[in-house]
Ligand binder design. Structure first.
Ligand SMILES: Nc1ncnc2c1ncn2[C@@H]1O[C@H](COP(=O)(O)OP(=O)(O)OP(=O)(O)O)[C@@H](O)[C@H]1O
Ligand SMILES: [Mg+2]
Ligand SMILES: [Zn+2]
Length: 319
């Protein structure tokens, strides 16, 4: 996977912290339990000695017989279970509660990378990428339907509800969306509102403008020192949700057209959703991009038409 070393370092640190945290908490719980039930601690000590007892008995043939040790062991275990029962706890509830029970927050099981680690890597890489974007600025609550002309308000209400539902029930199988319409009609506002909710749900979201995306990919392609080495085709293609804002405002070249197509198409092939916001209508998209791209967009995306008067302007006039 094409993530930088610092992403892996941070993921390792987070896992370490999770593990230590769970173990420290478990120690505290266990110590409190021992304080109340000191006999439990004694039994555990004795149990841990029975193994050395068995080894000794086997080697020397002296001391207690293996049979005796086994019986003692069983009796001790039984007594311990009784204490647990009386205290209303289980052996597990006294142990560490890891965030991921599969790998005990180690990041791997039998040498195979755990899903939790992959998820963490993706989230860190996405957080990195989003640090510069205005993600926190928009929310569904701040979206006001009264800015739209009356005859369009109902349609806009449907779009808003769709977006709220979309964000709520988001998963990697969710639809792709194209938001199209003139400037200042709330496309970015709604896309960012979706992003915020989906991020809260623990998914890896990247929000990026088309010019920024294209120029980062171009710099990498031509081996120049990239200002944004974190924006790789790999992460753009694999994050849970990619939001490409202002499609059509990038400098149009054959590279930009194929970059946009490649990102979109590799996401379609992986079955992961993309949200595109653009001022271009279908005819505009056809003029600006390859037929292959437009046919993918119309074939795979829900298209939302935004209409009305420039809300950026309306807000300015009001203030
Ligand atoms: N329905 C709305 N209620 C409240 N504020 C809104 C609404 N729609 C847009 N705005 C605000 O108006 C401004 C412009 O909206 P936004 O950036 O979403 O437009 P856009 O459709 O993405 O425009 P462009 O095509 O120029 O990118 C933003 O500050 C946004 O928060
Ligand atoms: Mg916009
Ligand atoms: Zn795990």
């Amino acid at each position: 996977m094409g993530y930088s070393k610092s992403v892996y370092d941070r993921a390792d640190r987070i896992l370490n912290e999770r593990r230590l945290d769970a173990e420290k908490k478990a120690d505290r719980v266990r110590n409190a339990f021992y304080e109340k039930y000191p006999r439990a601690k004694e039994i555990e000590n004795e149990l841990s000695h029975t193994f050395t007892g068995i080894a000794r008995a086997m080697l020397s043939g002296q001391g207690e017989s293996i049979e005796e040790i086994k019986n003692k062991n069983l009796a001790l275990q039984h007594e311990l279970q009784e204490i647990y029962k009386a205290a209303g706890v289980s052996e597990e509830s006294l142990g560490p509660r890891y965030v991921c029970s599969r790998c005990s927050d180690k990041g791997a099981v039998d040498g195979v990378t755990c899903e939790c680690y992959k998820k963490l890597i993706k989230q860190i890489a996405c957080d990195d990428l989003n640090r510069r974007s205005p993600l926190s600025l928009s929310s569904f609550e701040g979206f006001d339907l009264s800015y739209y002309p009356e005859d369009f308000r109902r349609k806009m209400g449907n779009i808003l509800n769709y977006c709220i539902q979309y964000a709520k029930s988001f998963d990697r199988d969710s639809d792709s969306i194209v938001m199209t319409g003139k400037t200042g009609l709330g496309k970015t506002h709604l896309a960012l509102s979706i992003a915020n909710e989906v991020i809260k749900g623990g998914h890896g979201v990247i929000y990026i403008s088309a010019p920024e995306m294209v120029s980062a990919l171009e710099e990498q392609q031509f081996n120049r020192d990239s200002a944004r080495p974190d924006i790789t085709l790999d992460i753009l293609s694999s994050c849970d949700l990619l939001i490409i804002d202002d499609l059509g405002t990038e400098f149009s070249t054959s590279f930009s057209k194929s970059a946009v197509y490649n990102v979109f198409n590799s996401r379609i092939s992986r079955g992961v959703p993309t949200i595109i916001s653009t001022n271009l209508d279908l005819a505009g998209l056809e003029n600006s991009y390859t037929d292959r791209f437009v046919s993918r967009v119309t074939g795979y995306c829900k298209i939302m038409y935004f209409d009305g008067n420039d809300i950026r302007l309306l807000k300015k006039l009001k203030s």
